[in-house]
Design a protein around this ligand. Structure first.
Ligand SMILES: O=P(O)(O)OC[C@H]1O[C@H](OP(=O)(O)OP(=O)(O)O)[C@H](O)[C@@H]1O
Ligand SMILES: O=c1cc[nH]c(=O)[nH]1
Ligand SMILES: [Mg+2]
Length: 211
């Protein structure tokens, strides 16, 4: 797995406001979108392209276009949904599929409660969106699932990760090719497996309290 931390003053600035517990949901959603655009720019550097012949008003030229099949963006519900709009703005011709996964806050077991993806992901570059990589359980499940469906390549875009989660991910997906893009790697997990200092529960901060 290749881990890329996007080291940029705009990312650091926006992330600081996002972490602040006094930042209201409306601003949190807006900042999430802006951060995803910045991370998404880096994360899409490696998307497959092909030449395209065009005619400008002045001459013919060989330009570039995204290769088909286009990348498939997969937000992990709920919190990943807050990252979708920013990513789609960066790659408007990409397709979108959905994975609904929730971690049981007591047992930390992962439940997949929704899935709306193409049955066959052969040849697809999948870009997974989830703001938080805590224990890594969710992302390990998601990545394995996508590769089992035939994905050719998986890129994950997260806002924050705990070192424990990165380690578990590395072991859990050994042998699978994954690029992980992050705004920051935090200190650790607390006793409830929340990221410290983190930003709290991303789903709750985006959308209000979960049932
Ligand atoms: O690395 P892990 O320990 O698996 O935890 C990370 C997961 O926890 C959060 O989702 P949550 O389960 O809270 O669901 P939600 O988005 O519906 O709030 C987050 O968005 C990740 O999906
Ligand atoms: O810190 C954390 C850990 C898991 N999920 C979150 O939303 N936040
Ligand atoms: Mg949550």
């Amino acid at each position: 797995m290749r881990v890329h931390v996007v080291d940029h003053p705009l990312v650091a600035h926006k992330l600081t406001i996002l972490r602040d517990k006094n930042t209201p949901s409306m601003i949190f959603r807006q900042l999430t979108e802006e951060l995803v655009m910045l991370l998404g720019y880096e994360a899409t550097r490696g998307v497959a392209v092909e030449p395209r012949e065009i005619e400008t008003p002045v001459s013919r030229m060989t330009g570039t276009q995204l290769k088909r099949p286009r990348p498939l963006i997969v937000p992990i519900l709920r919190a990943g949904l807050g990252m979708l709009e920013g990513m789609v703005k960066m790659a408007p011709s990409a397709e979108v599929g959905f994975l609904g996964m929730a971690r049981n806050e007591e047992t930390l077991d992962i439940v997949t409660y929704a899935e709306r993806l193409p049955n066959d992901l052969t040849g697809r570059h999948v870009i997974v969106l989830d703001p938080m990589l805590a224990t890594g359980g969710t992302l390990v499940e998601a990545i394995r699932f996508l590769y089992e469906r035939g994905a050719e390549r998986v890129t994950c875009v997260c806002l924050l990760a705990a070192p424990e989660g990165i380690e578990r991910l590395e072991k859990g997906i050994e042998g699978l090719e994954v690029d992980l893009y992050l705004a920051a790697i935090d200190e650790r997990l607390n006793e409830k497996s929340y990221i410290v200092p983190g930003l709290g529960d991303a789903g709750d901060r985006l959308y209000g309290l979960a049932e």
